[in-house]
Design a protein around this ligand. Structure first.
Ligand SMILES: Cc1cc2nc3c(=O)[nH]c(=O)nc-3n(C[C@H](O)[C@H](O)[C@H](O)COP(=O)(O)OP(=O)(O)OC[C@H]3O[C@@H](n4cnc5c(N)ncnc54)[C@H](O)[C@@H]3O)c2cc1C
Length: 322
């Protein structure tokens, strides 16, 4: 029996083989994963972890793929995406306990409907809660880490643990879960989180969300696949030269195209897939932008977007650019 047949024979949730990763990311780029597994329970996750450990197979955990560039050749290993059963949440006073797979726009909308304030800044961020916590995502100078009380996770070695906010080590677009090493004991799958919010006026919270959504609708490209902001808005660079979108625009790179990848005319910190873009196109374009910006202002822009290599190892795309 080969590995695929052995995987088929264990109860790990929904499994698909040679699954195109372009269908699991907002850039619509990427070759096939050997297997994509969507577990629906902690038991299934533990069983899958035991399987990949036993077989020595690389494992990559993804959410909605709105911050990942997948390789053109796909991934020689297993990609784990939390299944539908990981998309619930429940309220208790001003707290909400949510599972890692919940779609952030749905969570944010329900938090507003419950008359709770504090997550408006995440309106319109199209990822999962697990991805948002990993990236410490947010907007308007806010980040989800400010709302987190604790995070439940399981290590690739199978240890279940609850992390306090302090242990999550949140800072600007960074969390402990991003750089948790290469050993199984150091890599974690986020199962859910406990968030604390503030009671407020339901109408006012909803109006603020709609205002943010409208601002994003006007500012960001919608009709072409993209991955949100490509370059990080690092405070030191911001103080020197402004936000990355402005830096790229002032370098004259709006509309710059490599293959099917283009620096968006709408917002220069976005790279859009004009149709048929490859990961190679995107990495070449990122490399070109970084060199041109460095030549003009002497700063290397780092990427917020992650690149996954063929063994599922993630690095900021700026570390893999061509
Ligand atoms: C149109 C658009 C607008 C965006 N606007 C914003 C914005 O305003 N602010 C912002 O911060 N981001 C923004 N983003 C980027 C992106 O949506 C966020 O980073 C989001 O939080 C990523 O979530 P995801 O589920 O898609 O994660 P993925 O892209 O799938 O993964 C991102 C990282 O999280 C890890 N991960 C995902 N789920 C888990 C889990 N359960 N356990 C462990 N690790 C996990 C992955 O391994 C990877 O390292 C935008 C993206 C798009 C396409």
């Amino acid at each position: 029996m080969n590995t695929a047949e052995r995987l088929k024979n264990i109860d790990v949730g929904h499994v698909s083989f040679s699954e195109p990763l372009s269908s699991h990311c907002s850039w619509r780029i990427g070759g096939p994963a050997d297997a994509l597994v969507q577990p629906d329970s902690e038991e299934q996750i533990l069983r899958l972890l035991e399987f990949v450990r036993g077989e020595g197979i690389p494992l990559l955990v993804i959410g909605r793929g709105t911050n990942i560039l997948f390789p053109d050749g796909g991934i020689r290993g297993v990609v784990l995406k939390l299944g539908r059963r990981f998309s619930g949440f429940s309220f208790s006073g001003a707290r909400v306990r949510a599972k890692g797979g919940v779609w952030v726009p749905r969570l944010v909308r329900n938090i507003a409907d419950a008359g709770l304030s504090g997550m408006e800044h995440a309106s319109g961020i199209p990822g999962s809660l697990g991805g948002l916590v990993t990236m410490n995502g947010g907007s308007l100078r806010r980040s989800v880490g400010e709302n987190i009380l604790s995070v439940d996770a399981v290590s690739h070695a199978g240890e279940m643990r609850t992390f306090s906010r302090e242990e999550c080590d949140f800072s600007y677009r960074h969390s402990f879960f991003q750089c948790s090493g290469t050993r199984d004991e150091e890599r974690w799958i986020i199962l859910g989180a406990l968030l604390e919010l503030t009671p407020g006026d339901r109408g006012a919270i909803r109006r603020e969300q709609l205002r943010i959504l409208e601002e994003r609708r006007v500012k960001f490209p919608h009709h072409q696949p993209n991955c949100g902001s490509v370059f990080s808005n690092v405070p030191a660079v911001y103080d020197l030269a402004g936000p990355p979108g402005r830096i790229v625009e002032e370098t004259g790179l709006k509309g710059k195209q490599v293959g099917g990848a283009q620096v968006s005319f709408c917002h220069a910190n976005f790279i859009v897939n004009m149709g048929g873009a490859t990961a190679r196109d995107v990495l070449s374009l990122i490399g070109e932008v970084r060199r041109r910006v460095y030549d003009r202002i002497g700063v290397w822009l780092d990427c917020e977007v992650r690149y996954a290599d063929e063994r599922g190892v993630l690095v900021p795309a700026s570390e893999a650019c061509l």
